[in-house]
Ligand binder design. Structure first.
Ligand code: S3P
Length: 175
């Protein structure tokens, strides 16, 4: 049975690598934010606007418990998921967890290029974004580091490197 959960900061490539990993293993791919959006017919931004971050975190935990029980999946969770409640311990208890680790500069570059609306960084100037990433990473790193495996994806920029991360994750998990 394959159950792999990718964790890491926004812009670390969880969705990109997760999709490629799932395809390589021949199992379905789930993205927790998408799952929440489907179940509640609301974007993450709408949920933040309507219920605040606290409301979102409650819902996120509930949905994590729903999806993480599925068998034979690759799941990418939100950047904040491991950092609330006992979510990281919960994920470790039932899955192979992988931390996609990236330097703040790489995260900032990916986030500036990204098209998705992310409520926590909406409207920030490049300088504010850099500062936010650095501060949040210090707080979040201890949670991410609890993952069973870590892959440094700082150099991930093209298709070959995505395939290379898939290979390295499979090698580490031995799957
Ligand atoms: C968040 C990351 C987002 C999303 C929400 C909050 C965070 O997911 O869950 O905007 O707290 O870092 P991605 O990491 O997929 O962007």
């Amino acid at each position: 049975m394959v159950r792999i959960i990718l964790v890491g900061f926004m812009g670390s490539g969880k969705t990109t690598v997760g999709k490629a990993l799932a395809a390589s293993l021949g199992v379905p791919f789930y993205d927790l934010d998408w799952y929440i959006t489907e179940r509640y017919h609301r974007t993450v931004k709408q949920i933040f606007d309507e219920r605040g971050e606290e409301g979102f975190r409650d819902l996120e935990q509930r949905m994590l418990h729903e999806v993480a029980e599925f068998e034979n999946i690759v799941l990418s969770c939100g950047g904040g998921t491991p950092c609330f409640f006992d979510n990281m311990d919960y994920m470790n208890s039932l899955a192979d967890t992988v931390y996609l680790k990236a330097e703040p500069e790489v995260l900032a570059m990916h986030l500036r290029m990204g098209k998705g609306v992310r409520p926590l960084i909406l409207g920030k100037t490049p300088e504010e974004l850099d500062a936010y990433i650095r501060e949040a990473l210090v707080e979040r790193e201890p949670f991410y580091s609890k993952a069973k495996y870590t892959l440094d994806v700082s150099l991930l920029e093209n298709f070959t490197k995505i395939q290379e991360s898939v290979r390295l994750i499979r090698e580490q998990i031995n799957i």
